[in-house]
Design a protein around this ligand. Structure first.
Ligand code: LMR
Length: 338
């Protein structure tokens, strides 16, 4: 009968669909601090990335509501909400990537470093759990001050007996994103067409955009470069000021973190991807952690491309950055000794 034919077709369709879904299972990404200003838009962006098929959302407060909300989006990604200290383990278990956004944002007049006392213990706790529960996971740290808390995470993971420098990243993608945007606006070209390494760290003068390597070549004099460098270095402050006490960059940071997560996942899949800069353990300079362009593979960093060629002015800026970054890393190590 027509009815049984329809039923047969439907069963065949379902069988082929479920087969496709099994074949396309990709990565589980955990967002820690998922209910926060960065966590929520980051979760939304990851939800729409085909490489994410399971999204674990964790925060100290419940993630049930916005997890349910996200779970209605018609992608194959499964949403797993978790909350509270006891469920952090469950959120981390089985994750290929853990993105840490937990902690406090700064207020007008505060530096990122001001957040250290509040955010360092949070990062230490999460890093320690990742080392114990998901030792192969790639870890992206968005929580500020990135320059110091990446060292905290490294020490916490060493203490927990599982630290792999190829798998721990301070996310500095927003500095690159800002550079692309401001240069694109200045040169009247699409920001997607701008390529520029931004090396160093993620605060003030530790952020060093290498204009001499900009592609297409930057059009503008020294004064113009200095002005855009300054704007990139103070991009975070610009947003903090505009939000007038209601936090720091969340949407642009989520965009940047989603782009970085995508690059990590492409690496895990063995797919090609343009290098991305991130703040990692490095011997490119005297600073223990330093951001340079990286390529990713199945085990995190596949190749650290090191410092690009630089002009004299850029070399001087890197020197300033290195001195500050050594201090930031030492602060992180010192904290973990206590
Ligand atoms: C940023 O660069 O916007 C973030 O690091 C947040 C901040 O505090 O500036």
């Amino acid at each position: 009968t027509n009815f049984s034919k329809t039923r047969l077709c439907w069963q065949l369709y379902q069988a082929s669909t479920s087969q496709r879904l099994t074949q396309t299972r990709q990565f589980r990404v955990a967002v820690v601090g998922a209910a926060g200003g960065i966590g929520q838009p980051l979760a939304l962006l990851l939800m729409t990335n085909k490489l994410v098929t399971e999204l674990a959302l964790h925060d100290t407060e419940t993630t049930q509501g916005f997890g349910k909300d996200l779970s209605h989006i018609s992608t194959v990604c499964k949403v797993k909400p978790y909350f509270g200290e006891t469920e952090l383990k469950k959120a981390i278990d089985g994750s290929h990537i853990v993105m840490i956004t937990a902690g406090m944002p700064r207020k007008p007049g505060q530096t990122r470093d001001f957040l250290f006392d509040t955010n360092a213990p949070i990062v230490a706790r999460v890093a320690c759990l990742v080392a114990k529960r998901a030792p192969k996971a790639l870890v992206g740290i968005i929580t500020n001050p990135v320059n110091a808390v990446v060292a905290v995470a490294a020490e916490a993971m060493k203490k927990a007996g599982c630290y792999d420098p190829n798998r721990l990243f301070g996310v500095t993608t927003l500095d690159v994103v800002r550079a692309e945007k401001f240069i694109g606006e200045h040169m009247n070209i699409h920001p997607y067409d701008v390529r520029i390494p931004v090396v160093g760290g993620h605060a003030g003068t530790t952020i060093v955009p290498i204009f001499s390597q900009c592609q297409p070549p930057f059009e503008g004099d020294e004064k113009c470069i200095a002005a855009i460098v300054k704007r990139i270095q103070t991009g975070g402050d610009e947003v903090v000021k505009a939000k007038a006490g209601k936090g720091s960059a969340t949407l642009s940071m989520a965009y940047a973190a989603a782009r970085f997560t995508n690059a990590l996942m492409r690496g895990l899949k063995g797919k090609a991807c343009a290098p991305e800069c991130a703040y990692v353990q490095s011997d490119a300079t005297d600073a223990p952690f330093f951001s340079t362009p990286l390529s990713f593979g199945k085990d995190g960093i596949k190749k650290n491309h090191g410092l690009p060629e630089m002009n004299e002015s850029e070399k001087k800026q890197v020197k300033v950055a290195v001195d500050a970054l050594k201090k930031s890393a030492a602060k992180g190590v010192e904290f973990m000794k206590k």
